[in-house]
Design a binder for this molecule. Sequence first.
Ligand code: 6PG
Length: 228
Amino acid sequence: MSEIRWHLFPDAQSVANETVRRISKAARHAVEHRNEFHLVLAGGSTPRLVYRQLGASGADFSRWHIYLGDERCLDPDDSERNSLMIRNDWLDQAAIPSANIHWIPAELGPEQGASRYESEISSALPFDLVMLGMGEDGHTASLFPGQQHDQSRLVVPVYQSPKPPPERVSLNYSALSQTGELLVLVTGEGKRGAVEAWRSNADLPVAALRCEAGVDVLLDREAAGELV
Ligand code: 6PG
């Protein structure tokens, strides 16, 4: 069982500010000790404030390696692709070698995308920092309630996702847990029910996350609800 640490912030911007602080600190440490920083990004809308802040920071990302926790099985230029959102908000403005950006080839479809990405990340483990979001049903990455996956796989194909599009590729718990730091960003009133269920030990994908360093949940007052 991993320790879960709940960090409450006034609003979504404060959650983003703290996330950027933690990412920057982890990056400094990783670059200083190993001359590179391996970061797994979250999809969805919650982390966009983080990406825009990094995009405006002018920081040196040349030693950063970027991975994704999950991707939708759409063309790379589809507006619903997580990779396109992150490029628009951050990476297209950042001086980072294209070889250091490791997108999930989800356009190949769930199975081929998953097996290709598993080969790519297996040599990158452990990550330095993994950031994730959480859906209103308690899913994280593209690991959804009621969906079983082969736990021997680092990356899994996802079919019939309840959150469109139906086909995705997702890092599995085994990959998400191999990291120096694991952050879950949760903001907005819509997440309140899942937060309460998580804190009541409900059997949710987000509650199955494990990390030796513990799991840090960064949430705002709207998502925290009764916790306040
Ligand atoms: C995705 C995301 C997904 C997301 C949660 C929360 O591809 O949809 O990776 O896991 O993190 O659904 O989404 P929001 O941040 O938009 O609420």
